[in-house]
Write a protein that binds this ligand. Structure first.
Ligand SMILES: [Fe+2]
Length: 252
């Protein structure tokens, strides 16, 4: 199966448009979505509508921002003031059909096919960040999937787990570049973050997404330039905190 892997769109229509245009000619059997369609960005309805219009099979898990936008009582206390304001604004803006679509997206982790799973933060908890090998070790032991795609940190990266001779090792790497191709070793396990479509935080402002071919075990990460200034202006025009637009320029 060939999958388009999207995560953390965060109401950024311009970034999503650029990613879908870039991926349009790549064959796919299904879309994997790792959560956070909304929150931060100023086009929550347009983003959800584009997702609904994608057609075909979408296997999705909700993100923590999707959860808080649908019900501000569910964890907004953990958000900083900008995230909280954006979530409250998004909650006000969402149309009923778009709200119903998001309400239908289940909490992860979720199995996709034999040996392949998706989650938002980690397989243990949708709010948990996987930054380090120590955190990844716990995540590997909580899951039996050979390959897991996760989001939430907005940092494209990969953790590789290898067990041999009674010893286990985990190596984490950041994935940087316009196109990064990784041929997965069938004897090892992986946690892979395809980065964020709509709010990259690795100091590369380009939108990020992945393609995964499970038949050959190949993951490819792409970075796509988009109209950052339009996204930023949309955030300012909505009266959202300017920092939410400014950070898009720096990818931070
Ligand atoms: Fe996110």
């Amino acid at each position: 199966m060939k999958y388009l892997v999207l995560s953390d769109i965060h109401g950024n229509l311009e970034a999503l448009r650029a990613v879908l245009a870039h991926a349009a000619r790549k064959r796919r059997d299904a879309v994997l979505f790792l959560g956070d369609a909304v929150g931060y960005g100023a086009a929550p309805n347009q983003v959800v509508e584009r997702m609904r219009d994608l057609g075909g099979t979408m296997i999705a898990v909700r993100g923590n921002h999707d959860r808080v936008v649908l019900d501000p009582g569910q964890g907004a206390v953990f958000f900083n003031s900008h995230a909280r304001r954006a979530a409250a604004w998004s909650e006000q803006m969402l149309t009923q059909p778009n709200r119903r679509f998001l309400e239908g997206v289940p909490i992860g982790p979720r199995d996709v096919e034999e040996g392949l799973a998706i989650c938002h933060g980690s397989p243990i908890d949708e709010d948990e960040y996987l930054f380090t090998e120590v955190e990844a070790k716990e995540a590997f032991s909580a899951s039996s999937a050979r390959v897991t795609f996760f989001g939430h940190s907005h940092i494209p990266c990969m953790f590789e787990y290898h067990a041999a001779g009674g010893r286990e090792s985990i190596v984490g790497v950041l994935l940087r570049g316009s196109r990064v191709v990784i041929d997965l070793d069938p004897s090892r396990r992986y946690m892979i973050n395809p980065g964020s479509v709509g709010q990259p935080r690795d100091r590369d402002p380009r939108a990020a997404y992945g393609m995964y071919d499970s038949a050959v075990g190949r993951f490819t990460l792409y970075r796509v330039p988009y109209d950052v200034e339009s996204s930023r202006r949309r955030i300012l025009a909505a009266g959202l905190p300017p920092i939410l637009g400014d950070r898009l320029i720096h990818g931070a």
